[in-house]
Design a protein around this ligand. Structure first.
Ligand SMILES: *Cc1c(COP(=O)(O)O)cnc(C)c1O
Length: 431
């Protein structure tokens, strides 16, 4: 499989290069030149997450040095459960928070880290030490730091917006040491993302430090995310004969785009709805046809605070015009007041605590017109464990949320970070 840029089609690269360079030289994002086609029977015998992932991802690795390692990479990286929890008639929740940092980003980060380690070891596409430069609105940084911590030949520089991540998220960003350095940037997530883009656009910085990205702009993070949509949709399809619909909490649009990919590849997926917070860029685009990125607003669903979602470029590339994008996804913005109400309501109805991001999607489900709701089985994607957002969730439900074991362990480690202004020179001097 070859990969091309979303901007200019002339330079096709192999997956090793697409993964190591993150973005294309013209500033576009890498996408496969063709999407493989599957049908449900192609997955016969594949039930567990790593097995489904291996089958789905094999065509994407064809002809690469990762092809024969794919099984081992899937088994090492995707080694935690991704259960579908039935909540009520017509609604299940896909719990994506059972990985080491208790958010769905563990999937992409762990797959990317395992793949990069092999590529660096191979030596043809990168010489150690490689530097991963990552901007985070909360969960990416923790997942990437955890996935790369202690691996040889790689160091990680994490940029997060000062004061904009939850206390427990911040702990997960700053407790690593060793080959991981964390910097609090005075600004928004978009400033962090801009700094990463500027660093990559600077040939001296990029080459002398062998910069690599680990944001969802990296195709190596996005591909394995399509695999949990495959697993969940097949699971439902096999037991009911019907294709489920998904509601995806959306920020930078990596998670939602992976769902669109899975559907386009032929997996049994009915409708796809994107739930955003008060950052309404995507919903406004679908409503007006005009793409107007804006400054990021801070909300309770902070990991979705993105005013200029990068992966829209891939969605537009895949679909073409706004009409066709409307045929693929709908987007519904959710206010902070609605997030609070959703967390309270779900706890009252089912005794289940959900994180503020998951709550946006549950709110969208509850607001569906009855006929639409009944027309499909709905799967809400739970993107993080509520214990990561204890300061929001616990006062609303009036109960404690116990952190999962691995998160509890991380929260006992000491932390360390520096605070910097949002300037490229600051990044350059840390490198
Ligand atoms: C990153 C994140 C999101 C948004 O995912 P995107 O791929 O950026 O759209 C939603 N919820 C949580 C908990 C996250 O960490």
């Amino acid at each position: 499989m070859k990969y091309r840029s979303t901007r200019e089609n002339h330079s096709e690269v192999c997956i090793e290069q697409a993964i190591m360079s993150g973005t294309a030289p013209d500033g576009g994002l890498y996408v496969p030149v063709v999407l493989p086609e599957f049908s449900a029977p192609t997955f016969d015998g594949a039930v567990e997450f790593p097995d489904v992932a291996q089958r789905l991802l094999a065509p994407f690795m064809e002809g690469s040095s990762l092809e024969r390692l794919l099984s081992a990479i899937c088994r090492e990286a995707l080694n935690f459960p991704v259960p579908l929890r039935p909540v009520e008639n017509g609604l299940s929740v896909l719990e994506m928070f059972h990985g080491p940092t208790a958010a769905f980003k563990d999937v992409g980060a762990r797959f990317l880290a395992a793949s990069m380690e092999q590529i660096i070891r191979d030596g043809r596409y990168a010489r150690p030490p490689v530097t991963i430069l990552v901007a985070t609105s909360g969960d990416t940084g923790g997942a990437v730091a955890s996935a790369f911590h202690g691996r040889t030949g790689v160091r990680v520089l994490v940029l997060f917006p000062d004061g904009r991540v939850s206390p427990r998220q911040q702990h997960q960003l700053t407790c690593w040491g060793g080959n991981v350095t964390s910097l609090a940037v005075r600004g928004e997530f978009d400033d962090c993302q801009r700094l990463v883009k500027e660093a990559f656009a600077d040939p001296v910085l990029r080459n002398s430090h062998q910069l690599c990205s680990a944001n969802s702009i990296n195709v190596g993070r996005l591909l394995p995310q399509a695999a949990y949509y495959a697993k969940a949709s097949l699971e439902h399809f096999r037991s009911t004969g019907k294709a489920p619909s998904f509601i995806v909490p959306t920020g930078n649009l990596g998670n939602g785009f992976a769902c669109v990919w899975a559907k386009r590849m032929g997996l049994p997926i009915d409708r796809i709805m994107l739930a955003t917070n008060a950052n309404t860029t995507v919903a406004d685009f679908l409503a007006t046809g005009q793409w107007l990125p804006r400054a990021t607003m801070a909300t309770l669903a902070s990991a979705m605070d993105v005013g200029n979602p990068s992966n829209m470029e891939r969605l537009r590339d895949l679909c073409g015009g706004v009409e066709s994008i409307r045929g693929e996804v709908a987007a519904v913005p959710v206010t902070d007041a609605e997030i609070r109400e959703s967390i309270r309501l779900e706890y009252r109805l089912h005794g289940l605590p959900w994180c503020p991001h998951t709550a946006t999607a549950l709110h969208v489900y509850r607001q569906l017109p009855a006929a639409e709701r009944r027309a499909s089985h709905w799967i809400v994607v739970a993107t993080a464990h509520p214990a990561k957002f204890d300061t929001v969730v616990e006062p609303l439900i009036g109960a404690k949320v116990e952190p999962p074991q691995e998160l509890a362990r991380l929260l006992t480690l000491p932390t360390r970070f520096d605070t910097i202004p949002a300037q490229l020179s600051e990044i350059a001097s840390r490198l």
